[in-house]
Design a protein around this ligand. Structure first.
Ligand code: OAD
Length: 237
């Protein structure tokens, strides 16, 4: 049977690549150590751009040293395997890293933006950005200096590609959330939308997400074990 699967990933899929998660039950997530209101809001950026840019510079450096793990590779295999069987994978990630792409996924929707891109607040031009970002950098498109910011979605801002995401959800016959705490909307609301559309739903996570009760099925454990096992099962079925 060909399948049209919608996968939503979160920080948990990159945890075993050494990139920290934001929230976990041990209380050691990124947002337990840093204040998201100061580092991930337009207001925080306006008040102290230097500190915000330094925070994302550090994360960009961490990403350079990280490698995709077997969960990223399994999802790339799922995309190819479904296509070969006449099916389709929509892969939407809340992650701003590029580990899905580096594992071989061809089409990745980054609803919360991308760490390796910067955006000009004057002309909205988006450019690849691999190094540190400073307050003096100029936009390659309009030449304005001092208006470059990380191309990431902050609290209070609208996630990217939302109409394409909802269109893809309408076509899906299975919705799977992997490694996400179900705490941040609108992504945390996709499972309810899927249920309303009578789409089967499954959570794959280390521990139950905040919205766990909305899923039909759940598989708990590290993504490096649960995701390859689920992909093998799905492609074998
Ligand atoms: P969170 O940090 O909120 O949740 C990570 C989830 O991954 C939790 O449910 C963990 O239990 C799970 N997890 C941890 N290690 C895992 C492993 N090895 N295998 C599988 N699961 C594991 O991350 P997100 O839900 O992605 O937004 O966070 C959503 C958004 O909140 C982020 O995109 C970011 C953040 O603020 C912005 O920056 C706009």
């Amino acid at each position: 049977m060909s399948r049209n699967i919608f996968v939503l990933t979160g920080a948990g899929v990159s945890a075993e690549s050494g990139l920290g998660t934001f929230r976990d039950k041990s209380g050691e997530g990124i947002w337990a150590r840093f204040d998201p209101m100061k580092l991930a809001t337009p207001e925080g950026f306006a008040a102290d751009p230097k500190t915000v840019l330094a925070f994302y510079d550090e994360r960009r450096r961490n990403l350079r040293n990280a490698r995709p793990n077997v969960a990223h590779h399994a999802l790339a295999k799922l995309e190819m395997g479904l296509a070969a069987r006449g099916g389709h994978l929509t892969l939407v990630t809340q992650n701003i890293d590029n580990l899905h792409e580096r594992a071989g996924s061809r089409r990745v929707v980054h609803m919360h933006g991308e760490l390796l891109k910067a955006r000009c607040v004057t002309c909205e031009g988006v450019d690849e950005w691999l190094g540190d970002l400073s307050q003096n950098d100029a936009c390659a498109y309009c030449g304005t200096a001092g208006g470059m910011r990380p191309h990431v979605v902050w609290f209070g801002e609208t996630p990217l590609e939302m109409s394409d995401i909802y269109r893809a959800l309408l076509r899906a016959d299975l919705f799977v959330a992997i490694g996400t705490s179900g705490a941040v909307y609108p992504a945390a609301g996709f499972v309810a939308e899927a249920r309303a559309l009578l789409i089967e739903t499954c959570e794959i996570n280390l521990e139950a997400a905040d919205n766990a009760s909305l899923f039909d099925d759940a598989r708990y454990g590290p993504a490096s074990e649960t995701v390859p096992a689920w992909v093998e099962e799905t492609l074998g079925a």
